[in-house]
Ligand binder design. Structure first.
Ligand SMILES: [Fe+2]
Length: 235
C-alpha cells in the first residue's frame, strides 16, 4: 500500500492510498491529476474519503464519484467503524476533534494522514474553540510511533517555520528541516514534528521556559498548549 500526494489550489494537499489494483482518495481536490494517475496505473477507485468536511477538502468528491464507480465513506460511519479495508489492508480511523468536530485521521503502516488536525510544522486552527479536546486529539497522535510519516492537509511549511523561529530562534532543527523541504512532497515524521513544531512541545522543558519568559501561562500541560496556540495562531 502506497500513498501519493496531490497538491491543489493554493496550498491544499490531497492523497491517494493505493495498492496493486484498488485505490482510495482522501481530500481529492486535484480531480484531473487523480483520474489521470488512476488511469495510468490501472487502478480502480473504491472509496472517496475526507479528513473533515471543509469545502476546500471536499471540492473534488462529486466529480470523482461521477467519474468512477467509487463510493463515499461518510465521516460519521468511519468514526463508528474505526477502520476500513483496502485490498485486505486495514486503515485505521481515529476521531480527532479540535480543528473541527468532524475531524478524523487515517493511519496504516507507519503513515498518518492527518488533514488539518496536524499540519507539517503546526497544528490546524482550533475552529471548535475547545482547546482541551483538541489537546486530547493531538496527544492521541503523539502515541503513534516516532517514525510515523506525517501527511497533512495543507502546505504552510515556510510560514510555520518562520513562526517557529520567532519563538525559538536557536532551534537548529528548523533550518535543517527547511533545507530538505520540498513543495512537491510535503512530509515530516512524528519525530521531526516534535523537534520543529512548537505547538507539540507543551511538555518540553525548553519550550516551557520560553513561555515563562514571555509571561504566558505555563503551569500545566493545558496551560502550555493554550499558550502555544496563542503564539502560533494569534488568538
Ligand atoms: Fe480545514
Amino acid at each position: 500500500m502506497q500513498v501519493k500526494q496531490f497538491r491543489y489550489g493554493e496550498d491544499n494537499l490531497g492523497y491517494l492510498i493505493y495498492g496493486k489494483k484498488y485505490a482510495a482518495v482522501l481530500d481529492g481536490g486535484a480531480v484531473q491529476e487523480i483520474l489521470f494517475f488512476l488511469h495510468e496505473n490501472n487502478l480502480e477507485l473504491r472509496y472517496v474519503l475526507n479528513t473533515h468536511m471543509h469545502p476546500d477538502h471536499t471540492m473534488g468528491n462529486k466529480k470523482l464519484l461521477e467519474a468512477t464507480s467509487a463510493e463515499q465513506l461518510e465521516i460519521s460511519d468511519l468514526i463508528e467503524r474505526w477502520s476500513f479495508k483496502l485490498e485486505g489492508n486495514e486503515i485505521r480511523v481515529y476521531h480527532t476533534p479540535g480543528h473541527t468536530n468532524d475531524s478524523i485521521i487515517y493511519y496504516f503502516n507507519y503513515i498518518l494522514l492527518s488533514g488539518d488536525t496536524l499540519l507539517v510544522g503546526k497544528v490546524g486552527r482550533c475552529f471548535t474553540g475547545n482547546t482541551e479536546i483538541f489537546l486530547r486529539s493531538i496527544k492521541l497522535l503523539l502515541t503513534l510511533p516516532l517514525e510515523t510519516v506525517v501527511y497533512g492537509g495543507h502546505d504552510y511549511v515556510r510560514e510555520y517555520m518562520a513562526t517557529a523561529k520567532l519563538i525559538e530562534p536557536d532551534n537548529p532543527h528548523i533550518d535543517k528541516f527547511l533545507e530538505k523541504y520540498n513543495p512537491h512532497h510535503v512530509v515530516s515524521t512524528i519525530n521531526e514534528e516534535l523537534k520543529i513544531n512548537p505547538t507539540l512541545r507543551f511538555n518540553d522543558k525548553k519550550m516551557i521556559s520560553i513561555l515563562r519568559d514571555k509571561g504566558l501561562p505555563h503551569n500545566s500541560e493545558l496551560d502550555c498548549w493554550r499558550s502555544l496556540l496563542s503564539l502560533t495562531q494569534g488568538g
